[in-house]
Design a protein around this ligand. Structure first.
Ligand SMILES: Cc1cc2nc3c(=O)[nH]c(=O)nc-3n(C[C@H](O)[C@H](O)[C@H](O)COP(=O)(O)OP(=O)(O)OC[C@H]3O[C@@H](n4cnc5c(N)ncnc54)[C@H](O)[C@@H]3O)c2cc1C
Length: 442
């Protein structure tokens, strides 16, 4: 808390405005009547540390937060579970085909009518277990109404381009028949930046003393019963902060992990099992760079496209604001570190990386991202780079929509997946409304 005060975290907006927001929300009687005063008061109090809490968002609040996680009864809960629930609830209405690589959408007179796929496992060459597709059957599924692509920020643009929808010049070079010239396909690739400041501890955290960090032991048994250490995602604390006081929105999200984390290297989780490390992961949100690109390099659907984020100097953040923000995050964490100097030693970036120039170099060499988006962005009529319209429909094609992280014009907030879920909710409303309108028309 003292570091927050020293570094003027939580001073914008003023404490008066913050107290006023708190009072207004606490005195709101609607929830009291619904869940009772005691539960409501507890939820209100805990909500103050929830980064998604409306009071915090309205105040553009900085300061310590808990890390929200999508779990149910202590276990991970996501899209997969929703799909399985839907299968159980509506047998016969949903078919999930595993081990299939979609290769293109088939168009007839600029209408999407079918999806072609290769029927076999591990065909995409990006995978570590990739196999040859030479003897794999190629199949087609015809659509009665329409087709919705949800292949993510890299594969949805790849699939569009394989289907002849994309920048005409690039498609022609690869011998792909151009169905619709959409120059925005694959452009506007964006991500955040993240780095880890790793410390070596002089002793273990007590909480990890008996943890095997494997599928065995008492902590694992606790998790199977829905409680204990493994029901968390490992992060013990989060901190939201502005990288500089003149920013309108906080742009740094920093979270503390009792373990070693310097990025998603192959095998990174093995290092996470070593108990005498502590990491502050620094995530830069609201990034400026929109200069990334996904380009098709081959008409073979098993070959990954060329993906280049054009990070830092290569991108569109001419002022270098993204880089400065990450470096400020490291400096802030080092300020924290001074207060725990007797307990641990910083090993990454480490004591030899001190000046602003050295820190810039460290960030450029080590930053990673994992919230890629924007490569089939939504946009108004007349926008030459817009790929879909406000009804999620691919421009220039009938019966084809996109609903995934590729649709965002600008990377949303700090973490992206809740925004992807919200876009999907909106899309389902739009699709149902369009379908009702279509049926009325008949
Ligand atoms: C390591 C990592 C950690 C992350 N952590 C977080 C986090 O903590 N919080 C957060 O908010 N976000 C996080 N993200 C980001 C988040 O997971 C993604 O932004 C989100 O899943 C994107 O959703 P999507 O529907 O666009 O794509 P995806 O979830 O990638 O779904 C696309 C699906 O399409 C399938 N597919 C693609 N091409 C084909 C094809 N040709 N044929 C058949 N299937 C195909 C893929 O296999 C995949 O299942 C993380 C991402 C990574 C990689």
């Amino acid at each position: 808390m003292q570091v927050c005060i020293d570094r003027r975290v939580m001073t914008s907006p003023g404490i008066g405005e913050r107290m006023q927001n708190w009072m207004v929300s606490f005195l709101d009687p609607s929830d009291w009547r619904r869940v009772g005063l005691a539960r409501r008061s507890w939820a209100w109090f805990v909500g103050l540390l929830d980064p998604n809490d409306w009071r915090r968002l309205k105040a553009e609040g900085e300061g310590p937060v808990f890390i929200p996680i999508t779990t149910e009864k202590g276990a991970r809960f996501g899209t997969r579970d929703l799909l399985r629930d839907t299968l159980r609830a509506s047998p016969g209405n949903l078919t999930i085909k595993l081990h299939a690589l979609v290769t293109r959408v088939i168009l007839e007179n600029k209408r999407a009518v079918a999806v072609e796929y290769l029927d076999g496992p591990h065909l995409y060459q990006a995978g570590p277990e990739a196999t040859s597709s030479a003897s794999v059957p190629r199949r087609t599924v015809r659509a009665r109404c329409e087709i919705i692509l949800a292949g993510g920020a890299f594969n949805t643009p790849q699939l569009l381009m394989l289907s002849g929808i994309g920048p005409a010049e690039d498609l022609e070079k690869l011998g792909i028949n151009v169905e619709v010239d959409l120059p925005g396909v694959g452009r506007n690739l964006q991500d955040r930046y993240e780095v880890g400041v790793v410390h070596e501890m002089r002793r273990y955290f007590d909480i990890l003393e008996h943890a095997t960090l494997r599928a065995q032991g008492p902590d694992f048994e606790d998790w199977q019963k829905g409680h204990g250490l493994y029901t968390t995602n490992g992060a013990v604390l989060g901190m939201i902060k502005r990288s500089s006081h003149d920013r309108q929105n906080p742009d740094l999200f920093m979270f503390a992990l009792p373990g070693y984390f310097s990025g998603y290297w192959p095998g990174y989780s093995e290092r996470g099992r070593e108990k005498h490390y502590f990491t502050w992961a620094i995530l830069k949100g609201h990034t400026n760079n929109r200069g990334g690109r996904v380009r098709l390099t081959s008409p073979d659907p098993c070959v990954p496209p060329d993906i280049n984020f054009h990070y830092f100097d290569e991108g569109t953040d001419a002022g270098g604001d993204d880089l400065d923000a990450v470096v400020s995050g490291i400096e802030f964490i080092r300020h924290f570190g001074k207060r725990t100097a007797g307990l641990c030693d910083e090993i990454i970036p480490g004591p030899s990386v001190q000046t602003r120039l050295e820190l810039n170099r460290f960030v450029k060499d080590n930053a990673w991202g994992h919230h890629a988006c924007g490569t089939c962005r939504i946009g108004p009529d007349g926008d030459p780079d817009a790929v879909i319209d406000s009804r999620f429909s691919v421009r220039g094609v009938k019966g084809l929509r996109i609903v995934d992280a590729s649709i965002f014009p600008k990377i949303p907030g700090f973490f992206i997946v809740s925004a992807v879920y919200m876009a999907a909710e909106k899309a389902s409303d739009v699709i149902c409304a369009d379908d009702k309108a279509r049926l009325r028309h008949f």
